[in-house]
Design a protein around this ligand. Structure first.
Ligand code: CMP
Length: 138
């Protein structure tokens, strides 16, 4: 398994003031931050980022939400990063997320679910290079 994943702290969690608490959980779980920025996606960039979901009924809502306010984008390093990070964040639907997971603690709904986690090594690499130049990853 690869050693890097890509995450975003979504607009709901940034607005609610949870950046620090979420980064603390990420560090406590043994992830090293190798790239990070506070940024905002335009609707065009959000549409491009979520292109794989273009045919889904929630695509428009997802793009509008993800471009509604600032996000934190980050690349994280750890053995088995993609799988271990998905365990740390919990299920997409916070009602189904295991106790103690980031989504159980901070997510509001399926759409406004506090954090993103890449779902494969290939997507982690694509998503990392979407947000960061090679010179911004340490
Ligand atoms: P994420 O895994 O980060 O990327 C795809 C996102 O689509 C997912 O998080 C959810 O936030 C969002 N999503 C999935 N299902 C729905 C849904 N039924 N309604 C709204 N958003 C959804």
């Amino acid at each position: 398994a690869g050693n890097k994943t890509f995450t975003m702290i979504k607009p709901d969690a940034v607005k609610a003031g949870h950046i620090g608490a979420i980064l603390a959980k990420i560090n406590e779980a043994g992830f090293r931050i190798v790239a990070m920025k506070l940024t905002k996606l335009s609707t065009e960039k959000a549409g491009e980022f979520y292109e794989v979901h273009k045919e889904r009924p929630f695509y428009g809502e997802l793009v509008d939400f993800m471009s509604s306010g600032p996000i934190v984008a980050a690349v994280l390093e750890k053995d088995n990063a993609v799988e271990d990070f998905r365990t740390l964040i919990g299920a997409t639907n916070p009602a189904e997320a295991a106790p103690g997971t980031i989504r159980a603690l901070f997510a509001k709904s399926i759409g406004e679910n506090a954090v993103h986690g890449a779902d494969s090594d290939e997507n982690a690499a694509r998503e990392a290079s979407f947000h960061f130049a090679a010179t911004e990853m340490f």
